[in-house]
Design a protein around this ligand. Structure first.
Ligand SMILES: CC(C)(COP(=O)([O-])OP(=O)([O-])OC[C@H]1O[C@@H](n2cnc3c(N)ncnc32)[C@H](O)[C@@H]1OP(=O)([O-])[O-])[C@@H](O)C(=O)NCCC(=O)NCCSC(=O)C[C@@](C)(O)CC(=O)[O-]
Length: 337
């Protein structure tokens, strides 16, 4: 379980015209950062208008061509609670899965896992996904509003889900929400997050993503949180999931990377938010993240030009502003060319 940071060798990318062009020049070592693209799930779950299965499938297929290695593709949650995630079965059936990319889905209980298993049985030789994510929170009130149970009940509920998933060769990722501030309870003590993270890892999650659900963290609070958690678990089983409500997300991610985190969640065009976190905006935009990472000397394997076009496309389909500043800069630059 404990592995050294993932270092890859690559041709250094010479950044031309503010990060949108790359060329090759010599061999260097750059730390690789895995991006977990959550746009098709976290990004779409909070949209006010219905989104067709065809649009979801097209979004995932387009994202699959950018170099991303992990694209969260939906949720097997109750459609009464989160209507935008209805149709996840058809989304999984419809996407063109590319080798080397994982397409995880959220599963809140055994019912959700059974729904996924039913699809997996349709083509056992070609599984529609190899990974699920379970999700709880460090705040009792948020957890109750989000999944209708206490934190302890959620862990009890997830234990058999994880056991069954692992038996079926599905990898399991864990999420902890409200890791810094809860919209209902206020500041959260890092020790609470540490203890829940540890329990999820002991249960069998290979990684835990730390959700700053309302985007209220700052570099200082991220550092405090990670110092507390990494005293108990190795940093390479942690990921960060930063919403960008206060414009702090990129700074928070860079802080986490300096502390050794190498997996970061983000959402194309900065889409998203949790329906049970009022006032929170979307995740850090994947375009902003990729730009910051490449300028800071990290490797992501993602084609920023291609991604920026997709961010603009999905924003226009959803009839909303593109929340990615880098995406907007890309559009303005394209207009000038
Ligand atoms: C967990 C439940 C289901 C409990 O909901 P409940 O009402 O307590 O469950 P229940 O077992 O009493 O079932 C109620 C109804 O839902 C059905 N049901 C039950 N389970 C399922 C299922 N899996 N799929 C489809 N339907 C289901 C069940 O069959 C029944 O249907 P009815 O008899 O009324 O017709 C509900 O609270 C729920 O679905 N919550 C989902 C909340 C959610 O998706 N939130 C957003 C994702 S988390 C997030 O965004 C944060 C994160 C991860 O991004 C990190 C961060 O930013 O912090």
């Amino acid at each position: 379980m404990f592995s050294a940071h993932r270092i890859i060798f690559h041709r250094s990318s010479t950044t031309l015209r503010h990060g949108f062009h790359s060329s090759t020049a010599g061999w260097t070592a750059a730390p690789f950062v895995k991006i977990v693209e959550v746009g098709p799930r976290d990004g779409l779950q909070n949209e006010p208008t219905p989104i067709s299965v065809a649009t979801k499938v097209e979004l995932i297929n387009r994202l699959s061509e950018t170099g991303l290695k992990c694209i969260e593709s939906g949720s097997f949650v109750s459609p009464k609670w989160v209507p935008q995630m209805a149709g996840t079965s058809d989304v999984l059936r419809g996407i063109h899965r590319m080798p080397g990319i994982s397409y995880p889905v959220l599963v809140p209980n055994m019912r959700g896992l059974e729904m996924l298993e039913a699809i997996l049985l349709e083509h056992p030789e070609e599984p529609v996904t190899e990974e699920i994510a379970i999700f709880t929170a460090a705040s009792e009130v948020f957890n109750k509003k989000n999944i209708n149970c206490s934190i302890a009940e959620s862990l009890d509920r997830f234990a058999p889900v994880v056991e069954e998933a692992l038996k079926g060769n599905l990898r399991v990722r864990g999420y902890v929400s409200t890791v810094v501030v809860c919209p209902y309870e206020g500041a959260i003590e890092p020790e609470r997050v540490r203890d829940i993270t540890t329990k999820l890892l002991e249960m069998g999650c290979y990684e835990v993503s730390l959700g700053d659900t309302i985007g209220a963290a700052t570099p200082k609070s991220m550092e405090k949180l990670l110092n507390c958690i990494t005293a108990a678990v190795p940093v390479d089983v942690l990921a960060t999931h930063n919403h960008d409500t206060y414009g702090m997300a990129v700074s928070n991610v860079l802080t986490a990377l300096k502390m050794g985190v190498r997996t970061v969640d983000s959402s194309v065009a900065g889409l998203g938010g949790c329906p049970y976190a009022p006032g929170a905006t979307g995740n850090v935009a994947t375009e902003d993240l990729v730009y910051a990472l490449q300028e800071e000397g990290y490797e992501t394997g993602v084609d920023l030009n291609h991604l920026s076009g997709i961010g603009q496309w999905i924003s226009s389909i959803l009839k909303r502003d593109n929340s990615s500043r880098v995406g907007k800069a890309w559009l303005a630059r394209r207009a000038r060319l």
